[in-house]
Ligand binder design. Structure first.
Ligand SMILES: C[S@@+](CC[C@H](N)C(=O)[O-])C[C@H]1O[C@@H](n2cnc3c(N)ncnc32)[C@H](O)[C@@H]1O
Length: 306
């Protein structure tokens, strides 16, 4: 939904936009090309994405000169802004989940199609990885992960099969065990049978859902009036969190204390953010060109007052 994302930032105050999920910098490059006044602070926890982003930033080009790259988790936005002497931002973009390069590199362990180690870490300096979840979680814990992070109907059966097959060492072996635990009629519907379980384990490894509300709040706080925050999510668990965080921010009216030489009084309540109406789903044409976009959902809010 790159065109929609570019459109979202057309009206924001000129300044710095945070790309909280820089990845291959596809969105960042489009934004920087569309808006000559924009600077982007790109964040990613994946060292591979950071090296790619820094290479782009070091090039003596229109785009490179306006790009800054920080390695870290996106719930560290406030500290990263402070480090770079940025007091307010014009908005932020969160394109959640896993990137195409991460999925395509078998040795990162994200793919159920190509054999790789049970890794799935976005931040490769972290110790905890997919093997810890697959080979050491108890039955209740594993079932909870599959159910909670991916709405997997057969979470209990899959968890039992995983535990009975330990030790499991690679992604294709894991995918076969998962597929074998799903009843045959269900296996034939809804894409690859291991897709949801892999998503759930990846979310557990990277603690993706735990830190999202805090990250969105930090972004909202740092954004100046008129600035916007756009979030692209790819499954219902993520979207529920985004929707709730935006609702909470919308429902949180601010009381402004107005000082005058004679008295201090509270001005009427005013809103902190408002929802921006956008087309939330990718077009049929985009899904045809990029099937990974099929589950994407875009939500946008605008900061009304600081
Ligand atoms: C869907 S990709 C982004 C693709 C990017 N928008 C582009 O156009 O190339 C998500 C990226 O966000 C990163 N990421 C996911 N969760 C993160 C987090 N909590 N903190 C920092 N980076 C994160 C991943 O490592 C991945 O590179």
């Amino acid at each position: 939904m790159a065109a929609e994302i570019v459109e979202v930032f057309a009206t924001v105050p000129h300044g710095v936009v945070v790309d909280a999920t820089l990845g291959g910098a596809g969105h960042t490059v489009k934004l920087l090309n569309a808006y000559p006044w924009m600077r982007v602070l790109g964040i990613d926890q994946d060292p591979v994405a950071v090296v790619h982003g820094r290479k782009l930033a070091s090039e003596n080009t229109e785009v490179g000169e306006r790009l800054l790259v920080e390695q870290g988790r996106f719930d560290e936005i406030a500290a990263m802004l402070e480090r770079n002497n940025i007091s307010q931002i014009s908005g932020a973009l969160f394109d959640l989940g896993v990137s195409s390069p991460q999925l395509d590199m078998a040795d990162r362990g994200f793919s159920y199609r190509n054999a790789g180690p049970l890794d799935m870490r976005m931040d490769t300096t972290q110790e905890f990885c997919a093997s810890d979840v697959v080979n050491s979680y108890g039955l209740d814990e594993l079932t909870h992960v599959l159910r909670n992070h991916a709405d997997e109907r057969f979470a209990f059966r899959i968890s039992k099969a995983i535990i009975a097959s330990r030790p499991i060492t690679d992604t294709v072996q894991l995918a076969e065990i998962i597929a074998g635990a799903i009843p045959a009629p269900a296996r034939r519907t809804g894409g690859h049978p291991a897709k949801r379980s892999f998503q759930a384990i990846r979310i557990e490894v990277n603690k993706e859902l735990d830190i999202l509300p805090r990250a969105l709040n930090e972004a909202i706080r740092a954004t100046s009036p008129g600035g916007r925050i756009a979030v692209l999510s790819y499954h219902s668990g993520e979207d529920r969190i985004v929707k709730q965080a935006f609702r909470d921010a919308e429902a949180n009216p601010m009381v402004q204390i107005v000082a005058s030489p004679y008295h201090h009084h509270a001005s009427p309540l005013h809103k902190l953010v408002r929802k921006v109406r956008v087309s939330e789903r990718p077009s049929a044409q985009e899904i045809e060109q990029n099937p990974r976009a099929a589950s994407a959902r875009l939500r946008v809010i605008e900061k009304v007052s600081s």
